[in-house]
Each structure stands twice: as structure tokens, then as C-alpha cells.
Ligand binder design. Structure first.
Ligand SMILES: C[S@@+](CC[C@H](N)C(=O)[O-])C[C@H]1O[C@@H](n2cnc3c(N)ncnc32)[C@H](O)[C@@H]1O
Length: 283
């Protein structure tokens, strides 16, 4: 599959053409490809901070944790629920908030095994995440950009994945084909409960997201995946902790208690929801 095709200029929305080591629009805005092959389509004026998204340290912790392969069951859960209506050759998939590319890489392998050629685009606002992703897999179009303003034309994708990310529904609706699919993956009530019980004095009751529905999308299927995995050293425990919001939210005492552990068995509780685009205007 060709990469970095069918993208638009983040400044004026014109189509981008590939010219050697850069992408250029008809009005002359040029975006150089990085050495590792990704393109940064997040202009300074669209940035809310100097270094938006996950930091270099968070990306590296996530990568170290994911490389332990404890989250492979999530790939299986995604593939199991993949809607048959979307299961077609040349399927165009966007991972919106792709992090360091773990899921898109493994999904690519799963589709290859099933002999289904797919086009994969991974976008994240963190240049650290996209740099890591572009080193992991050279067969994906990796883009630094924001879900708030996707640098692609309307109806560009058949499926959009938003895994533990920050959905922007009106952009997802704009860039999906009619009746295209959106997958939201989030943590469920028991996710990492063993760590949370150590980190916090009391556990907040679970609050479901989007229980009132999502305008512009119809819920097609919803299911959970639960499994346990073991972290066998303090370092592995820190990799996991550092890629979660708990690293910022938990108290000093809670984090000190975690530092005393040299192993722990942890529950993963993942909620998957497949939505189908409707004609109702998204907010
Ligand atoms: C919790 S991480 C999940 C990463 C990846 N999906 C995974 O599960 O490994 C959330 C990701 O969203 C990215 N992010 C935050 N705001 C974003 C935005 N507006 N547009 C695109 N990505 C964003 C962060 O940089 C981070 O990589």
C-alpha cells in the first residue's frame, strides 16, 4: 500500500502532493518528511502547547510496557468484533491517537495473516509517539496531527479506531465514508484495580462514558474483554504506572507503596464499542 497519500494541507485544506522528501500543496505550503518517514501536519497555530500530547518519557514507558505483549488479547478482541460489513480488501483504517503504533502494527499483521490488504494511517499529536511508531512499522502512514482537525479529505476512511484516546466525533464523522465504522476502546470498571487499590484510599465508582449515545453514530455492538497478567519487576510495574493517568493523579504515599512491590498480578478490563456513522450531524 502506498503511504502518505490522499492527505490535505492543515493550513488551507488543499490536497498534498508528494515530492521527494516532502509533501506540498498547490499554494506552496511544504511539510518535510522526517528521517524515519513520518510527516508533521500540525502547524504551530494549531498547537495549544509547545510539546503537545504524551511526553517522551510517557511514550517510552508505554512502549516498554506494550512490548511485554500483555495487551495482545486486546488485539484479539478488536479483530473478533471487527464488523463483517467493513471486512473488505483495501479497507482504509485510521488510528486516531495511535501512540507509539503498537495496535496498528499488530492489526496490520493480523490482516496480513487473513490475506486482506488494508491501508493504515496512524495519527497522534505527540511527535515522540509518532517518531517511535515510524520506527516500529514502515508500512503505515504516520502523521503528527490532531483529532480536532484531521488533515485528510472528507470520507477518507472506512474504519476509525480511537483506543484509550480523545475522540472528536464531528471530525470522525466527516472523515468516515457513509456507514463507516468507529471503534472506541476504553477501560472498564475493574481495569488495573489491584494497582488502584494500592494507589488510592478509596476507589471512585465507575462512570460509563457516552451512555446517552454519540450524535452522528449508532452503537452497533458493545463487549468487554477481561484478563490478568503479571508484572515481574518493579521496573515493569513502573512502565505500566507511567503510561496511565494515575502517575499524575495518585498521592505521593500511594506511589511510594507501589515502589515497594517487586511483582504484582493485574486485571485488565477493556470495553469495546463499535459505532456506525449515521447522517445525523455530529457535534
Ligand atoms: C492514552 S494514550 C493512548 C495511545 C494509544 N492509542 C494506545 O492505546 O497505546 C493517548 C494518546 O492520545 C494522544 N493525543 C492526545 N490528544 C490528542 C489529539 N487532540 N489528537 C491526537 N492525539 C492526541 C496522546 O499523545 C497519546 O499518544
Amino acid at each position: 500500500m502506498p503511504i502518505l497519500e490522499n492527505l490535505t494541507c492543515p493550513i488551507d485544506g488543499e490536497y498534498l502532493q508528494r515530492q521527494a522528501g516532502s509533501l506540498t500543496c498547490s499554494r506552496g505550503h511544504t511539510f518535510d518528511l522526517a528521517k524515519t518517514g513520518y510527516v508533521n501536519l500540525l502547524p504551530v497555530q494549531n498547537k495549544r502547547s509547545k510539546d503537545p500530547g504524551d511526553s517522551k518519557d510517557m511514550v517510552s514507558s508505554r512502549q516498554n510496557f506494550l512490548n511485554l505483549e500483555h495487551y495482545l488479547p486486546i488485539i484479539d478482541a478488536i479483530m473478533t468484533g471487527w464488523p463483517k460489513a467493513a471486512w473488505q480488501p483495501q479497507m482504509r483504517i485510521l488510528d486516531a491517537g495511535c501512540g507509539e503504533g503498537y495496535y496498528l502494527h499488530h492489526l496490520g499483521q493480523a490482516f496480513e495473516k487473513a490475506a486482506i490488504p488494508v491501508e493504515r494511517v496512524g495519527l497522534d499529536i505527540s511527535k515522540w509517539a509518532v517518531t517511535a511508531a515510524s520506527k516500529r512499522d514502515k508500512t503505515v502512514s504516520w502523521i503528527v496531527g490532531s483529532n480536532a482537525s484531521l488533515p485528510v479529505p472528507d470520507q477518507r476512511f472506512d474504519v476509525i479506531l480511537c483506543l484509550f484516546g480523545f475522540p472528536v466525533f464531528h471530525e470522525f464523522q466527516r472523515t468516515l465514508v457513509d456507514s463507516g465504522y468507529l471503534l472506541l476502546v476504553e477501560s472498564g470498571p475493574q481495569h488495573l484495580i489491584e494497582l488502584r487499590e494500592i494507589l488510592y484510599d478509596s476507589i471512585h465508582p465507575y462512570k460509563a462514558t457516552y451512555s446517552e449515545g454519540v450524535t452522528g453514530f449508532e452503537l452497533e455492538s458493545e463487549y468487554s474483554k477481561q484478563f490478568t497478567f503479571s508484572l515481574m519487576s518493579q521496573q515493569q510495574i513502573q512502565y505500566l504506572l507511567s503510561m496511565t493517568p494515575h502517575i499524575h493523579k495518585a498521592s505521593y504515599q500511594g506511589k511510594q507503596q507501589i515502589k515497594q512491590l517487586d511483582k504484582i498480578s493485574v486485571t485488565a478490563d477493556i470495553k469495546l464499542r463499535w459505532y456506525r456513522k449515521t447522517n445525523e450531524r455530529s457535534k
